[in-house]
Write a protein that binds this ligand. Structure first.
Ligand code: AMP
Length: 600
């Protein structure tokens, strides 16, 4: 008799900025597991007591009224980011650790996130009555390598083996069962949560999801709207300065009012004695809220249009639109989505549970509890290396499906060179300096004349979106490999969005920069060679004049620094010396032949 091993359960965890949720496949069905309060959603809040002990979830949130400085929320915003990159206000004090990474109440962002994950694990084990060691954890599509790696480390700290880091929109697509759509069907996933926004466009191909494009902003969410509501109420009531504890209470009330206005036409913002003596009581209508929210919603629509443009699609090309994230419960958000995409969004799932459900389905697929389904994600930004002249050489373009691999052969720029520095870059700009350096390393090779060395550079991105860069000296076969780690990722995630818009803004000057640099490198190669030939009197009289004129044109264009005139001048010099170059090659061959004959 054959024994089959029981499949090990895999948790699906949505580790959200505001809320987290956990699920597991039980008897072939993906289900989310409720905490002791009977809720399938647990606030991503961690209370750290003086003695270092912690409480997670609603209990932690309740502590905010008394000890706001000890309750950490929105920790996801700090994941994988250096302290120097954090410019926004954070709910509790953020200090730099010796490694330059932030510490909150003496703990790293990973350690705080690990507490949330440990709580998710505990809820699941308590509900299922078994120990569970593996998990799929979701992250926003815009998380860079460092943020993904930090999330994975948080899982490890929580005693979990993270079998997959899954993009949130891809998880959402799974939850909505989009795999049941017909071939070539395309769908948009609009995800507006508490702290992040993503819009992804997916396509069904041979029963497999392809992410065609993704755009997002990791600084856009329902929290912003709470702050806007509070500011408006304070302004209307003419209220002055408030302390931290009062701000917490008032922000909670702003959120409550916001939620109420998703179903009611009017609500009253009411906080008695918020600072001991003063009280606030301000009525606010849904119409007022919608006016406040309009620019905020507008930002998401702008990103939606960009994702559509990236995928070269129009709204009518889509078969379905799904919404996820708690903020999509707002009628104004749903209306805006309906209007932009020209169709009603699919509301068949709870928007705030869809991602955890999708992660659970993915976990079920990986454990064998559900049927196999392959998921493919894409790179949010292009990846490449710096080449001659400080140019960005893209190896993996933006929106490439991962996992993926790409490589190219490079050579040395100078005589006698025996090493080259490979700078791994991420971004959409033409010049290396305008992109982000993810890491760099030195590759040694045997000393070579200019253009003789052969170094192959290969980038590999695994299914978790983690990048490995490899450089091979072709003659020795020796490989140098680096994995991009979070410390090397000196990049603010808010800047991802800025990077894309910068590249659009600077498209023309960037292109001019590339044309100029390429033409300049060619000019620097051509000029000394042509001058040498001229000084040796090898040019015929009828070509000499034009060659000299072309040389002057190149020199002038170089001095002027204008891209297209330089390109034209270099081309003119190329044409002017064409016949001469051919003659010189012929003569050289004749001479070699003569030497051979003499040799015989
Ligand atoms: P998530 O990050 O998906 O858990 O979403 C949390 C965000 O959704 C928070 O900013 C909530 O205030 C917001 N949210 C949840 N329910 C509603 C609702 N009914 N109306 C408006 N916003 C909501």
């Amino acid at each position: 008799m054959k024994l089959t091993r029981m499949n090990e359960m895999i948790l699906g965890i949505d580790l959200g900025t505001t809320n987290s949720a956990v699920g597991v496949v039980d008897s072939g069905f993906p289900i989310l597991l409720a905490n002791e309060d009977g809720r399938r959603i647990t606030p991503s809040a961690v209370y750290v007591a003086n003695d270092g002990s912690v409480e997670v979830g609603a209990m932690a949130l309740r502590r905010r009224g008394l000890e706001p400085e000890r309750v950490v929320t929105s920790i996801k915003r700090l994941m994988g980011r250096r302290t120097s990159e954090i410019e926004e206000n954070f709910p509790v004090a953020v200090n730099a650790g010796p490694d330059g990474m932030p510490r909150v109440l003496g703990k790293t962002a990973e350690a705080i996130s690990a507490e949330i994950l440990r709580e998710m694990k505990r809820i699941a084990e308590w509900r299922m009555g078994v120990e569970i060691r593996k998990a799929v954890i979701t992250v926003p599509a815009y998380f860079h390598d460092g943020q993904r790696a930090a999330t994975k480390r948080a899982g490890t700290l929580a005693g979990l083996e993270v079998v997959r880091i899954l993009n949130e929109p891809t998880a959402a697509a799974l939850a909505y069962g989009l795999d049941k759509l017909e071939e070539k069907a395309r769908v948009a996933v609009y995800d507006l949560g508490g702290g992040t926004f993503d819009l992804s466009i997916l396509e069904m191909q041979d029963g497999v999801f392809q992410v065609l494009s993704t755009c997002g902003d990791t600084r856009l969410g329902g929290d912003d709207l709470d702050a806007l509501i509070l500011a408006r109420v304070m302004q209307r009531a003419g209220a002055g300065e408030i302390d931290k504890a009062a701000r917490v209470r008032l922000t909670e009330e702003a959120e409550r009012v916001k939620l109420a206005l998703s179903t009611d036409e009017e609500a009253i913002f009411r906080v008695p004695f918020y600072d001991g003596s003063r009280s606030l009581e301000v009525p606010i209508t849904r119409q007022e809220l919608e006016k406040l929210a309009a620019p905020w919603i507008g930002k998401t629509l702008h990103l939606c249009r960009r994702a559509l443009a990236d995928a070269a699609l129009k709204p009518e090309d889509l078969s379905a639109v799904v919404v996820v994230g708690g903020s999509t419960r707002m009628p104004a958000v749903r209306r805006a989505v309906t209007e932009l995409f020209g169709r009603e969004p699919d509301l068949s799932q709870h928007p705030d549970e869809a991602i955890a459900l999708g992660a659970t389905i993915q976990g079920g697929v990986m454990s064998g509890a559900l049927r196999k389904m392959i998921l493919l994600d894409v790179t949010p930004l292009s990846l490449g290396i710096e080449t001659f002249g400080g140019l960005m050489n893209v190896l993996i373009p933006r929106n490439t499906t991962i996992p993926c691999k790409a490589g190219e052969l490079f050579t040395n720029a100078a005589d006698g060179q025996a090493a080259m520095r490979v700078r791994v870059l991420q971004g959409e700009r033409e010049m290396a300096k305008d992109n982000w350096e993810l890491g760099n390393f030195n590759v040694a090779f045997s000393q070579s004349a200019k253009g003789q060395a052969r170094v192959g550079v290969q980038f590999k991105i695994d299914e978790n979106g983690i990048l490995e860069a490899l450089a091979r000296d072709v003659s020795s076969g020796i490989d140098t490999v680096i994995q991009i780690q979070s410390a090397a990722v000196n990049v603010a995630d808010s800047a991802v969005e800025a990077m894309v818009s910068e590249s659009v803004k600077h498209a023309f000057e960037d292109m001019a920069g590339r044309i100029f640099t390429e033409a300049k490198m060619k000019a620097e190669e051509l000029l000394p060679a042509v001058e040498a030939v001229l000084s040796q009197g090898l040019a015929m009289d009828d070509e000499r004049g034009e060659i000299e004129a072309a040389v002057t044109a190149v020199q002038t264009a170089l001095a002027n620094g204008a891209a297209n005139p330089l390109k034209a001048a270099v081309h003119r010099l190329d044409v002017a010396t064409e016949a001469l170059a051919a003659r010189l090659v012929e003569q050289a061959m004749d001479a070699a032949l003569d030497r051979q004959l003499i040799g015989e």
